[in-house]
Write a protein that binds this ligand. Structure first.
Ligand SMILES: *Cc1c(COP(=O)(O)O)cnc(C)c1O
Length: 398
């Protein structure tokens, strides 16, 4: 986590440009303030850094390879490298963040972890690190999501977490979020709330981006070894809330020669009412405690998003990415379900790697950006496809 001062990163007030901040109920203020006033000092101590790096190495399996995908490169017409976050323990990048936050919770003397989860991926990453540290874990999940994502519910239970059903409202992610917030308000002293992406009130977006920044820290020296220079021409990553993309962009933000491509899920198409392409369809507002860009109706109700991939099925993007969009630093590209699934099969056939459907969106975007044949492109392969086998089977065109 080497120090970067950038106009694209958070300022002293907790904003990325005009996005971010902490729009929270007064009751939550003491909890968020405790975290805000302590997090930087803790995560910058040598002891914290040593523990974090050790666990990333020995437990997560970092550094993850930077792999030259030669056959995929041929079909794209550029030199494509894959950053293999799919090889992290638990199968995706999310664990980089949960390892960081569990160490922070320990440093703060917290005795219990709470989290909320939609598809269950963040819940599993959280239950994993709680088992690792022997800390109690409660994961809130909408009752409908629990039925839809049974294998992840069972994974969390095997890992020793308690999964609590959110039975109010639409019985999905936002209701789970409400219940987790309520729990935190009622247990401010002994509980840490682990948020799974670069979303939520300050300091979460900044904190999560710092934990994930290990991704681009590694890309720099790995590319130096392979290409004799630290910067590629382009970095491509999918964006749900935006944590894997934030990690992949982090050390390139001020290197304006590096094109940043952010890939959103266009679902069945942006004009079908079944999409999760926030920058194409959304506008500014407040979501989950921060000022950002979100999909909303004329009178400000959050619009239900849709994507074939659970990890991209989110009605907003974090303030980190809202600022990259607003400032023009990153290009935002939409990829439909169909395009993503085809790209998932393409990667499987050319490289023997079945990607998570989220990551397949990033691969599909390679067809939508024009490259020179000698361009070096890094795609952040955020996760592996094991969890999505059912989705591939249902789609069926392979
Ligand atoms: C959760 C998830 C995502 C989306 O989350 P971000 O915070 O946008 O990175 C992407 N890919 C995989 C494999 C995921 O599990």
């Amino acid at each position: 986590m080497s120090e970067v001062k950038s106009k694209y990163l958070v300022d002293e007030r907790g904003y990325f440009g005009k996005f971010g901040g902490a729009y929270i109920p007064e009751m939550l203020y003491p909890n968020v303030e405790e975290l805000r006033s302590a997090y930087l000092e803790i995560i910058e101590t040598p002891a914290f850094k040593a523990d974090f790096e050790q666990l990333l190495k020995d437990y997560v399996g970092r550094p993850t390879p930077l792999y030259h995908a030669a056959r995929l490169s041929e079909t794209i017409g550029a030199k494509v490298y894959l950053k293999r976050e799919d090889l992290c323990h638990t199968g995706a990048h999310k664990v980089n963040n949960t390892i960081g936050q569990i160490l922070l919770a320990q440093a703060l003397g917290k005795k219990r972890i709470i989290a909320e989860t939609g598809a269950g991926q963040h819940g599993v990453a959280t239950a994993t690190v709680c088992a690792l540290m022997g800390i109690d874990c409660i994961v809130y999940m909408g009752e409908i999501d629990m039925a839809r994502q049974k294998p992840n519910v069972e994974r969390m239970k095997i890992l020793g977490a308690e999964v609590r059903a959110a039975k109010s409202g639409s019985k999905t992610l936002k209701d789970a979020t409400n219940e987790a917030m309520r729990h935190w308000i009622n247990n401010p002293q002994d509980t840490h709330y682990i948020i799974g992406s670069v979303v939520g009130p300050h300091p979460y977006p900044d904190m999560v981006a710092r934990f994930q920044s290990v991704i681009s820290e590694e890309i720099k020296w790995q590319l130096e070894e392979k290409e004799g220079k630290t910067s590629p021409d382009c970095v491509v990553a999918c964006v749900g809330g935006g944590s894997n993309a934030a990690g992949a962009y982090y050390h390139y933000l001020d290197d304006e020669q590096v094109k940043l491509v952010a890939v959103e899920a266009s679902g069945l198409g942006n004009d079908t009412g079944k999409s999760a392409a926030t920058t194409a369809l959304g506008r500014e507002g407040v979501l989950h405690g921060s000022r950002t860009i979100l999909m909303q109706t004329d009178d400000g109700q959050v619009v239900e998003p849709y994507s074939i991939s659970a990890g991209l099925d989110y009605p907003g993007i974090g303030p980190f990415h809202a600022h990259l969009f607003d400032s023009g630093r990153a290009d935002f590209v939409g990829v439909t379900d169909e395009e993503a699934m085809k790209a998932g099969v393409l990667l499987s056939r050319t490289e023997g790697i079945i990607p998570a459907v989220e990551s397949a969106h990033a691969i599909a975007a390679l067809h939508k950006v024009s490259f020179e044949s000698d361009d070096i492109v890094v795609v952040n392969l955020s996760g592996r496809g094991d969890k999505d086998l059912e989705t591939y089977i249902k789609w069926g065109k392979y």
